[in-house]
Design a protein around this ligand. Structure first.
Ligand code: ADP
Ligand code: MG
Length: 822
């Protein structure tokens, strides 16, 4: 099968739109689809360098699930760029062959200011871009790469910013930390590849205006940017004296002001015209990809704008009035060329409202089509369980169990997230849910992200299940073939009521007779696709997700269709963990405390920091060395174990079990112990280079201690001196509340905002980013949900709302998600 660039591009764009979650297509997961296709026999006309790059990219898709969000974004951006390049070359070649090597027409800049298009043909929302006057076929193809096919698409290609030329910020007024757009002329351009690292290319532009100058710098990673040709093109893009607008975050460095990883756009190639044409105007700035100039997209939008009046607002008047929304055609016109900042805001609000409204409508509609498995409540096993467990449930546990049991008897499949801080006792809550399903005659599955965790669950649950006379099996990668075959058989016949496992559960060949409930522990470790693959093992099974990483309310509320239960109470008798930040000079104090604790029979974790993927071997080396050092020099009298990510799972289990049995007193570990390990006798958690961890992760690590009744300690060693690093760690000193910590972490990161501002541009922008603040977003989210619920309540089939239904169907297809890459 030859590679189909178009399909790949579509897949990439859907994946990007849906938040890089490795979507499930009809047949393939997104990453598998890319992996396979980029390795296909590539056509002759591909250049060698492209083939090589395709190969490299293909192999990265094999590891897609393990990549961080920003690396996924980056990978996708790289792939899009490659495909775009190849495509562009193909087009150039074919037009050269057919002899129509038209000189590329420059898009008409005057169009920006013109209000009427030149075209005499009437433009409608369905007019195709290629039929618009002044748009050549090659330009039309480039717009297609942005998913812009007709006028309607263009009109809903919203600007990510507006530049108000009337209110420029003079460079001399810029302050550290400001997010700004500055306009100036290029004084100097430089582009060079790091002599030490051929993968790193740096572009630097000195920009100046009447009041001063600022350095723009941007890093490009990848061999292809070390290419002379590429650098020459960059240089030609920003000739001396041309006027550009650059946006980004201002940084004060010892070399003066800089704007790092800026977004830039060329306004004018000569200096003189800018005044006359743009002063006093508000100009939209669109998310772009390579190959399309800002002028081209602006000019296209202006040509399409007259069609706005033909757009019909599908939203019932009643809703618009009740929620005080402006009409859709007005919103679209204003979001591009606003009359004022107030009308712009109204437009953004309406468009965001629509986005959430349709999303909710689709989800409600889909849900009512699903039929839930109805569990008839029995409580024999549950009553028995209550007698077995050695503690009394907390009120929070009781409440959450009741919420779950109500869901399990409801009309639609449960889709519930249980958030509970580390140690809040989520496992037992899951067991109540599992038993409810099992008693109703269904099979159940519990999936955990690591073997260690899976074993731990198994150990605890098997003990309870044995007393209830219920079989339970564990399925991981290290289960031997014969045993595995037997488990699969029992799942298929339906005789096994519960299987606990890792990813091994979602492999082909694992089939359930009747899966009624899937419980997924520590969900942030699983991609959305992995979850959905588990669910596909049954017919609309109930789903319960458990997480100890408190996702900030602000995030989950506006991003998912999941119900949330919170266990906001720890079992009684737990002492708060004493948390202290230590300077390197206080290391001795830490070691003294450790000796005292071990003398009292307690155990210690020492955690070493995360390193880059590429430095995996270094991490191992560091861990081994640190253990040796501690063993030989610092604690010669104690037994010290080691746990790191490159060990086989058998070795890991061994290390943890030895520690569990108390044969080692100290366990030196990389962050593999982050999730869920439960050893109540451990009382000290010492974290090296604590400033290199995220707050949520530190909180997780801290949660490994304080599980028994003894006083526990968390020692954060940090040599970081900056105020932000200190402030960050202090949050942990102040609070043990995972929710609070997560919110603070979220806020603090939001402020810095320099993470993940990758060059991928277009895909990462969405309309709600233009709302003034998070509160506004939540409010719109709430009312949009309510509006959708009202509609569905009134008319579940939408027969009485034909316009809405048409619009809905478009969104429905989209949200089916990934159907494209089958
Ligand atoms: P997590 O929410 O972190 O997964 P676990 O379910 O592992 O927490 O529970 C942590 C520990 O607390 C376990 O040893 C568990 O048996 C115990 N536990 C759970 N609920 C209670 C309770 N209500 N009272 C006392 N101990 C409890
Ligand atoms: Mg747990």
């Amino acid at each position: 099968m030859p590679i189909d660039i178009n399909r790949l591009q579509q897949a990439l764009s859907v994946e990007a739109e849906r938040g890089f979650s490795n979507l499930q297509g009809k047949q393939f997961l997104f990453a598998d689809f890319l992996h396979v296709n980029l390795r296909e026999d590539l056509p002759e006309n591909w250049e060698m360098s492209d083939r090589l790059q395709a190969q490299t990219l293909a192999s990265q898709y094999a590891q897609y699930n393990d990549l961080s969000l920003s690396r996924r974004q980056h990978l996708i951006a790289e792939t899009r760029r490659l495909l775009y390049e190849v495509r562009r070359r193909e087009i150039a070649e074919t037009s050269a062959l057919s002899g129509i090597t038209k000189p590329q027409k420059k898009p008409k800049i005057e169009a920006i200011t013109a209000t009427e298009p030149k075209s005499t043909k009437k433009i409608t929302p369905d007019t195709e871009i290629k039929d618009i006057e002044g748009i050549g076929s090659s330009l039309a193809v480039r717009f297609q790469l942005l998913d812009l096919h007709n006028v309607r698409d263009v009109l809903s290609y919203y600007p990510r910013d507006h530049i108000d030329y009337a209110r420029q910020i003079p460079i001399s007024d810029l302050k550290n930390g400001d997010t700004v757009t500055v306009i100036g002329t290029v004084k100097k351009f430089g582009c060079f590849t790091s002599p030490k690292n051929p993968n790193l290319t740096i572009v630097e532009i000195i920009l100046r205006d009447r009041t001063g100058q600022i350095k723009l710098s941007r890093f490009w990673t990848g061999k292809r940017y070390s290419n002379r040709g590429w650098q020459e093109i960059q240089k030609r893009l920003y000739p001396q004296g041309c006027t550009i607008a650059a946006s980004g975050v201002v940084k004060q460095s010892k070399y003066g002001l800089t704007l790092e990883n800026y977004e830039v756009e060329v306004l004018e190639h000569t200096q003189d015209t800018i005044q006359s044409k743009t002063v006093g105007r508000v100009v939209p700035v669109y998310p772009l990809t390579e190959g399309i100039t800002p002028e081209a997209i602006r000019s296209l939008v202006v040509q399409c704008l007259p069609a706005v009046s033909q757009i019909v607002d599908p939203m019932p008047d009643r809703l618009l009035r009740d929620y005080q929304m402006i009409r859709l055609p007005d919103a679209i016109a204003q979001v591009h060329y606003p009359d004022s900042s107030a009308t712009l805001e109204q437009a953004v609000i309406r468009l965001t409202f629509d986005k959430y409204f349709y999303r909710r409508l689709v989800s409600l509609y889909r849900r009512q089509q699903q039929k839930a498995i109805h569990f008839v409540p029995k409580s024999q096993a549950i009553d028995q369980l209550e007698k077995i467990i050695p503690f009394e449930l907390t009120n929070a546990q009781k409440r959450v169990i009741a919420e779950i049991r109500a869901d399990l008897q409801g009309q639609t499949p449960m889709n519930r997230l249980v958030q509970g801080d580390v140690g809040s006792g989520k496992t037992i809550v899951a067991v109540y849910a599992l038993l409810t399903a099992i008693e109703a005659g269904y099979q159940t599955a519990l999936m955990a992200p690591t073997e260690v965790l899976t074993e731990q669950h198994y150990r605890k649950i098997v003990e309870w299940f044995m007393q209830l006379n219920l079989p339970v099996e564990i399925l991981t990668g290290s289960i031997k073939t014969a045993k595995r075959r037997e488990i699969l058989r029992q799942l298929e016949t339906g005789e096994l009521p519960l299987v606990i496992g890792t990813h091994a559960l979602i492999q082909d060949g694992v089939n359930f007779a009747r899966l009624g409930l899937a419980v997924i522990d520590e969900q942030h470790r699983f991609g959305r696709d992995q979850r959905s693959r588990l669910l596909q093992k049954g017919e609309d099974p109930h789903v319960l997700i458990m997480t100890a990483t408190p996702i900030p309310r602000t995030l989950y509320l506006t991003n998912s269709e999941i119900e949330v239960s919170i266990i906001d109470e720890l079992p009684p008798g737990r002492k708060p963990i004493q948390t202290v930040i230590l300077k390197p000079s206080q290391r001795k104090d830490a070691y003294d405390l450790i000796r005292r604790e071990i003398a009292q029979g307690r155990q210690i974790y020492i955690v070493l920091p995360l390193v880059e993927e590429s430095e995996k071997m270094e991490e191992i080396k560091a861990a081994i060395q640190e253990r040796e050092h501690l063993q030989n020099v610092v604690f010669p009298n104690f037994q010290i174990g080691l746990l790191h990510g490159q060990m086989s799972s058998a070795e890991k289990d061994e290390a943890i079990n030895i520690f569990r049995r108390g044969e080692t007193q100290i366990l030196v570990a990389t962050t593999v112990i982050e999730v869920g390990v439960d050893i109540p006798n451990a009382s000290v958690m010492l974290i090296e280079h604590a400033d290199r961890f995220g707050l949520a992760q530190l909180h997780q690590l801290r949660g490994r201690v304080g599980r028994g009744s003894a006083q526990s300690y968390c020692l954060l060693l940090s040599s970081a001196k900056t105020q932000t690093a200190q402030e960050r760690l202090q949050v942990l000193e102040q609070s043990q509340d995972g929710f609070f910590i997560a919110e603070r972490d979220f806020q603090m990161r939001g402020k810095g905002k320099d993470e993940g501002t990758e060059q991928s541009g277009h895909s990462s922008f969405s309309i709600e980013d233009r709302l003034p603040d998070e509160a506004a977003r939540q409010e719109i989210f709430q009312i949009a949900r309510e509006a959708a619920e009202r509609i569905i309540k009134k008319d579940a089939t939408l027969e009485n709302f034909p316009l809405l239904k048409a619009e809905f169907e478009m969104h429905y297809q989209r949200l089916q998600g990934g159907a494209i890459f089958t």
